[in-house]
Design a protein around this ligand. Sequence first.
Ligand code: KIV
Ligand code: ZN
Length: 522
Amino acid sequence: MTAPVSAGKRDRVIVFDTTMRDGEQSPGASMSHDEKLELAKILEEMKVDVIEAGFPIASNGDFEAVREISKIVKNSTIAGLCRAHQVDIDRCAEAIKPAARGRIHIVIATSDLHMKHKLQMEPEAVLEVITRSVTHARNLCDDIEWSAEDATRSERGFLRRAIETAIRAGATTINLPDTVGYTYPTEYADLFRYMIENVEGADKVIFSTHCHNDLGLAVANSLAGVEGGARQIECAINGLGERAGNAALEEVVMALKVRADRLPYDTGIDATHITRASRYVSAITGFPVQFNKAIVGKNAFAHESGIHQDGMLKNRETYEIMTPESVGQAPSSLVMGKHSGSHAFRAKLKDLGYELGQNALKEAFGRFKDLADKKKHVYDDDIIALVDDALARGSERIRVVRLRVVAGTDGQSAQLTLDVDGEEKLAEASGDGPVDAVFNAIHAIVPHEAALRLFQVHAVTEGTDAQAQVSVRLEEDGRIATGQAADTDTLTASAKAYVNALNNLFSRKEKTKPEPAIASGF
Ligand code: KIV
Ligand code: ZN
């Protein structure tokens, strides 16, 4: 294993992405194994320093994801989360073993509230566990991050002792999470300043922020943490994460880039991959990006009022503090029609940031041709939806072959043919609306117990011939799977999205919950 990531120069901020760990803890945001691998590749291309790929002890699925990502990613450090338990740490060390750079991330709570009620441990016992767990981890890996859960509500004197204990035992990064999204920017900056000035050994480690967005302050708090001396920010694409989420990666990165006059710290991030990463995470989780979301929202660079448009035409800087191109958002332009060839299509995909293998390219080109037959104008956004759709699709045990729907004031019914394991099956069903009729027909062909948790439709572009992009989330026995599909016909897209979700559900391994946090194993 090579040397740990370190800030080296004090003006470098390490970007630690936790989309696949804290992000996946967001209810309903589970990702399949293949989706995680694809996301890891995107994050590596974006030059994210550390990718927290999962919580290896939590499930075999998490373990396998961390292990496979450790094999394929060469330039980013791969971290796995563990509680301060020997079994967690051993499992994590095993998962990150193939990594060129691996990190063990240990968390234990330090606030009175958490120690008393959750851990049911005396503070002195917590310090002993910190020594034992970090020492054990350090014997397995050179790069150890230690997190003080609920740091912002921890008593300062005790937190200081806990940090010193972790540093003495060999921690290389000290993370002070605002676990419940409670802190305020000046207070958080002050916490880092105090610890960096007073903790023995503080100069040997990197301090890190980890902010939750319960009060909408996660990004502001992360930046304040950097002002206070932190040199790592933990964040997630689209701000995904527990409850209200984590600090959004795209926002902290662009704030550091655009306001380098106030925050003179570099990240190594190639921001032109941001839009693609955002769209991909939205596609695989089914979590839509709000239209007015900073940096990656559909309206983030739209200028509607006449005064603004006039200003923009005279000089873009009148109303634009960064260009859409700088975050990889090319203005949605008209692309080729049905006479375009595969070379032009491949060049367009390259422009949009996609490099597909021969088979995937052939398949995407076929789908593009089908779309161009149906739709007069094919835009960049149509192509992105089409490719993301294919990338987000898992195994294809079940496939939509044909769909006919009758809908109107006199009732709704659907006649559907599915290919199930190579055999065509037909069903007819009625329903309370055409979508209900389609889903009932799927049920008739593939009986299952899964409950529908999300059904969402949005138009990819403008106009009545726009493609509908549909997301469906299903839940069965605690397992959650999302499916997505785009089509000019909303009902066909709905049927395909539901079937994709079913395919993902059937191929997903059961996720088991970690055991309670009381026993330490040390
Ligand atoms: O919010 C939190 O405290 C965490 C830790 C595991 C870092 O996610
Ligand atoms: Zn968190």
